[in-house]
Write a protein that binds this ligand. Sequence first.
Ligand SMILES: *[C@@H]1O[C@H](CO)[C@@H](O)[C@H](O)[C@H]1NC(C)=O
Ligand SMILES: *[C@@H]1O[C@H](CO)[C@@H](O)[C@H](O)[C@H]1NC(C)=O
Ligand SMILES: *[C@@H]1O[C@H](CO)[C@@H](O)[C@H](O)[C@H]1NC(C)=O
Length: 422
Amino acid sequence: MDIDSGRSNLKIWFILIWLMINCTNALIPRALINKTKNIIPDYYIKELRPPTSRGRPIEVDFSMRVMDINSINVEDMDFRMDMFLKQEWVDARIKIPEELFEYGDDSITLPSQFFDNLWQPDLYFLNSKVVEIATLTHKFSSVTLYKNKTIKYAARMHAIVACQMEFQHYPMDTQLCPISIESFSYNNEKMNLKWSSTGVTVSPELKLLQYNILPIDLQEKNVYTGEKNGNFSRLVVNFRFERQIGHHLIQTFAPSTLVVVLSWFSFWLGLDAIPGRMTLLVTCLLTLVTMFTGLRSDIPAVAYIKALDLWMAGCMISVFAALAEFVIVKVLNAKYQTRKTKDKTIAMETAIAPWSGNTTKHSFSVPKQNFLKLYWKTKKGKEKVLWREIDRYSRIIFPALFFIFCGLYWTILLIGTTPVLI
Ligand SMILES: *[C@@H]1O[C@H](CO)[C@@H](O)[C@H](O)[C@H]1NC(C)=O
Ligand SMILES: *[C@@H]1O[C@H](CO)[C@@H](O)[C@H](O)[C@H]1NC(C)=O
Ligand SMILES: *[C@@H]1O[C@H](CO)[C@@H](O)[C@H](O)[C@H]1NC(C)=O
């Protein structure tokens, strides 16, 4: 009995296993396996480029959609970009059986693993530091095969791209960042790159904190590359990042202008408030120095003069000149005081002279006054003092000079940074 029941159990197990094998077989679509194998015929060598009529270069269409640009890094002079890439070319060797296309379709999309069986254009970014295909559980890429033997490869990538930045016009600079794409091993007799009709587009949602993205321009070039000793077809896309001036208007230009204006108030203070006038001017100067020291952390130290440095220099010189004017006025006032007392005694002595009888002795000291007129009388008999006049004229000359400086500075800067679009 025991042996019998054991045998029948074994039989049931065999039946079960047999059923399972048959079922799994039915689950794998045999026909499909056979057919995907048929797409790539036996004579296909994926290392060889697709044949073209009369050995002409194979055309590869390229397009790019920029999803995100972030961290434009002035320290390392690079920026990070997230994008969709598409490459399209025709490979006459592939054979796609009709049955593979779903009803009404003229293409099939296959996962990226299939791409490894095909010939691939070996394109690379000339100025990239890092390029990676985005991955979650697998690479975000796909291959689409069309009935007319066009192969389209799409991938989501992110790249860190180097960009040679210039800061002469900082903070009104526009950074030109080209990205160049080239084949690594096929020269322009073997492969020709073209921007597809969509070219490069930027996602309309994309916003950068400090920059505006100016219109993009695309180029197709043939460039002699010394390292690879040949002429290569090259695609270039020029990104232009224009710095938004708003931040610097509020943080730099407005406060420093106010400080300069503040320094002019000293011309109205006279010399009764010497400590007050001194404190005002020195505080202005120190405020400017601190303000501009704080700005330096924004961009790396560069060897040349930036537009912002010129502005700083203009403000500093203006306040410094006001301080110098104060010192001159102070010295002139001291001289004026001594001269005035001296002149008073002389006047008194000359008044007494006709009675004392020695006029020749004092008449020599009188012409000395003409060397620098510390004070004089107008025709109406009003007394004018040199230092007061200097203060009075400064009230007009200082603002006038500063406004001329501002006018010149902004005109030159605006003309100089107007983006020239080719
Ligand atoms: C698979 O292909 C081979 C030869 O290409 C053929 O002999 C075989 O019958 C095919 N199998 C199926 C299930 O279509
Ligand atoms: C192949 O077909 C697709 C879809 O119809 C089309 O977009 C593409 O331009 C065609 N390619 C060629 C080389 O004709
Ligand atoms: C590259 O192109 C230039 C001009 O078109 C030509 O003079 C030169 O010989 C080419 N160089 C190579 C290596 O083909």
